[in-house]
Design a protein around this ligand. Structure first.
Ligand code: CU
Length: 440
């Protein structure tokens, strides 16, 4: 769905004010303020080793003390549920570490000083993943601040902050390569609807110029949207072109256990180069998903996920039926695989009705807040609620699907974003889980 010219004009007219709709959260920005020094010839050159544990949202320990000029080895373990890294203010940075993973960061000869250490993933430092590395010289002289105080939340001038915000909003919706969640038309084999899914590693442009390593079904993140009707017989043929094993789990669907896609429990893993065929009859309608169930804390946030919508009887009539898949991890904070300003606006006319099917494939919760109009919550996990109710902020936990109806009664460009604000905005402007509902 591409906004019309009218919508784009409407958007441009009020773009400058949109930035003010969201509370500004500030994050620390940093510059390389202390160049690594050559190791000195004294005892300071002895190697020093530190164990570091990363989790949501702490770095343990939060304080390190080292000697100037020494070779420092940080043995880093990610004990959390999300992807993290370990970054030192002067520039050295570990590779990103998946949940349960570990890595090592070697740093040679830092100058005496106080350095901020943190996780560089958007929002993680603000959420608490930061600490201090004190590097002292032999003289025991008090270290000079080499980085920035924890309380010094931005190097940006007010004008630079405004410029960043306006630039992002002006660029919205920004063009990027690749589009996920595209409807996949099945082929028919008799009465069976056949969907072919090929899993492979890809490069994915999350936001303009921001290309990240991901995993995808049919080259798109989220994977193609599967749609069928309750009572249909479907066949899902998975081809594994990844370098690692995988499998597909039909999340939310009631299927025979041997179709549940859990390697080791219900089937063998699908090895690189192999294929696997699932076939079942759709028994329950609603907003469901399919995703990898192998090394899933890596494969799902990396992109091996998609919507599986089963249409039933008595569905509400709407003008726009919009699937919004939430994700967090190696691709950052995304809506349908893209971060603001590359997210897609929802464009409707005044008086129209929208159904949003939220699906959370990430490892974190995301409270989705729409400005201007309430959201009528009609279904949870594909099951109709006996008593629909209104909310303006709809919490979607990992694995959950929540369906809402929005009556587009108020004209204008309405901010629509995750209300964990560091999933949506930084001092430099909005990013990640932000889009807009544009009512013309
Ligand atoms: Cu969020």
């Amino acid at each position: 769905m591409i906004p019309t010219n009218g919508a784009a004009r409407l958007w441009a007219a009020v773009s400058a004010s949109l930035a003010l709709f969201l509370m500004i959260t500030v994050t620390v920005t940093y510059t390389g303020s202390a160049a690594p020094a050559a190791a000195t010839s004294d005892a300071a050159g002895d190697p020093q080793q530190f164990d570091v544990a990363l989790s949501e949202f702490t770095i343990e320990p939060a304080e390190f003390t080292a000697t100037a000029g020494a070779s420092l080895t940080f043995s880093i373990e990610n004990t959390g549920q999300a992807v993290h890294d370990f970054t030192i203010d002067s520039g050295p940075q570990s590779e990103t570490v998946p949940a349960g993973g570990s890595t090592t960061l070697e740093v040679d000869g830092l100058n005496a000083g106080e350095y901020r250490v943190f996780c560089s993933l958007p929002g993680h430092a603000d959420a608490g993943m930061e600490g201090t590395l004190r590097v002292t010289d032999d003289s025991g002289a008090a270290p000079e601040a080499a980085g920035h105080d924890a309380g010094d939340h931005s190097d940006l001038t007010p004008e630079q902050m405004v410029a960043g915000h306006v630039e992002g909003v002006k660029a919205f919706p920004a063009e990027t390569a690749g589009k996920g969640n595209q409807a996949l038309k099945p082929t028919m084999d008799g009465d069976v609807k056949v969907f072919e899914l090929t899993a492979d590693e890809i490069e994915w442009e999350v936001a303009p110029g921001e290309v990240k390593a991901g995993m995808a079904y049919n080259g798109q993140i989220p994977g193609p949207r599967l749609e069928a009707n309750v009572g249909d017989r479907v066949r899902i043929v998975l081809h594994n072109e990844l370098d690692v094993p995988t499998a597909v789990h039909p999340h939310g669907l009631v299927v025979p256990v041997d179709q549940d896609g859990v390697p080791g429990l219900t089937q063998d893993p699908v090895m690189p180069g192999e294929s696997f065929t699932y076939e079942y009859t759709l028994r329950n309608s609603g907003s469901h998903m399919y995703h990898s169930h192998f090394d899933s804390a890596v494969q799902v946030p990396s992109g091996l996920l998609g919507a599986f919508i089963v249409h039933g009887r008595d569905e509400p009539k709407v003008d726009l039926d919009y699937t919004m898949i939430l994700n967090d991890g190696p691709l950052g904070y995304t809506l349908n695989g893209k971060g603001f300003p590359a997210t897609e606006p929802l464009v409707v006319d005044k008086g129209q009705k929208i159904r949003v099917r939220y699906m959370n494939e990430g490892l974190q919760i995301h409270p989705m807040h729409l400005h201007g109009m309430p959201q009528r919550v009609i279904a949870k996990d594909g099951y109709a609620l006996p008593q629909p109710h209104l909310e303006d902020t709809v919490l979607v936990a990992p694995g959950e699907r929540v369906d809402v109806i929005i009556d587009a009664t108020e004209v204008g460009p309405w901010a629509f974003h995750c209300h964990i604000l560091n999933h949506a905005e930084a001092a430099e402007g909005m990013f990640g889980m932000v889009t807009a509902l544009m009512v013309q």
